[in-house]
Design a protein. Structure first.
Length: 340
């Protein structure tokens, strides 16, 4: 047995002991997150039990995240992009943003090992609410050992004993799927982490090539995918919606939409008028369960949350109208498709 595996087993044994100490506490599994079996509520959560238990239930619509069976609000907070969460020197603003997000009903929080100080900032706030929030992070490593090292670092930064969702980050090429599914690929780390209950669910993300994501879910039993879902991407010669959603639906894979406002470019003159259209379009696509969007400040965050609370499924005529508007300058709006 290698030293790394021994350390992980000691880590989980501590978590199991803590879980036994709080046995009898009712966990509401229909909420966005619950402490997984044989794992633990965070130490801070135990010291401040009222913080989590007194949180208001979200007023946002919720959906079951595919085969995970977990009910999540349709709107989650992203930890990258145009947000202080991923920018150094803005810790105070980040803490205010995260506290406001929790107060307003956000339960899904998305970050990654490569998002600068994002995980550290999450770790300053979310442990106090651990039993009621769903934390997703990512690794860009394609090999088993590299992925494990990033997972351990993510757990330390986030100050948690487990992740609700651990994802392979920005997968762009079919060759990467070969590496992931090799004997000592990152897929092995995903499997081991789930078996040891250090992560609950595993996912794959990407915004470059739909075929790479589709091949990934064909060759590995991912629980979720995180991909661009917006009206401008529908104009791309190889869009994500028709290439990915049918594959995900066939396997009951949870679908999380990203790049919903395309960093605001989808709102340039002659295009969409606001988040109502952008968010409405993404969440009205069959098989999409939730969307993650970053926020520049608490004002923008609250505005986005209000849009999510008012969400209504759009009719086909409305979707077509939005697609027509988004067709104006779609090359500019889908700039992220060039990232690898």
């Amino acid at each position: 047995m290698d030293d790394r595996k021994i350390k992980r087993r000691k880590f989980m044994a501590t978590g199991a002991a803590t879980a036994a100490a709080i046995a009898g506490t009712s966990l509401v599994t229909q909420n966005c997150a619950a402490v997984p079996p044989e794992s633990t509520a965070s130490e801070k959560d135990q010291q401040n039990p009222d913080l989590a238990s007194n949180l208001p239930l979200t007023e946002m619509p919720e959906r079951i995240l595919g085969k995970t069976g977990v009910s999540v609000p349709i709107f989650g907070l992203g930890g990258a992009g145009q947000t202080p969460l991923s920018q150094r020197g803005r810790e105070k603003e980040s803490i205010l943003l995260l506290e406001k997000a929790v107060e307003l009903g956000i339960r899904y929080f998305d970050t990654a090992a490569s998002y600068g100080p994002s995980e550290d900032n999450f770790g300053q706030v979310l442990p106090a609410y651990r039993s009621r929030v769903f934390i997703a992070s990512k690794t860009s490593k394609l090999d088993r050992d590299g992925a494990w090292r990033e997972l351990e670092r993510s757990l330390e930064r986030l100050k948690t004993d487990y992740l609700d969702l651990w994802q392979l980050h920005h997968i762009s090429f079919l060759e990467e799927i070969d590496k992931i599914t090799a004997k000592n690929g990152a897929g092995k780390a995903l499997q081991e982490a789930k078996e040891q209950k250090i992560v609950r669910f595993c996912g794959i993300t990407g915004h470059h090539e739909p075929d790479a994501i589709a091949e990934g879910v064909r060759r590995y039993p991912f629980d979720t995918i995180l991909v661009p879902i917006n009206a401008a991407d529908r104009q791309h010669p190889h869009p994500f919606v028709p290439h990915i959603l049918p594959v995900a639906q066939a396997e009951n894979i949870g679908v999380i939409a990203m790049k919903v406002p395309a960093y605001g470019r989808i709102f340039k003159p002659g295009r969409l008028t606001g988040m109502e259209q952008a968010f409405g379009y993404s969440l009205s696509q069959p098989g999409v369960h939730c969307a993650i969007v970053a926020a520049e400040d608490t004002v923008q965050l609250e505005s986005n949350i209000n849009v999510a609370k008012a969400f209504q499924q759009l009719e086909q005529s409305q979707l077509k109208e939005i697609e027509t508007l988004a067709a104006n300058g779609w090359e500019d709006t889908t700039f992220f498709r060039r990232w690898t």
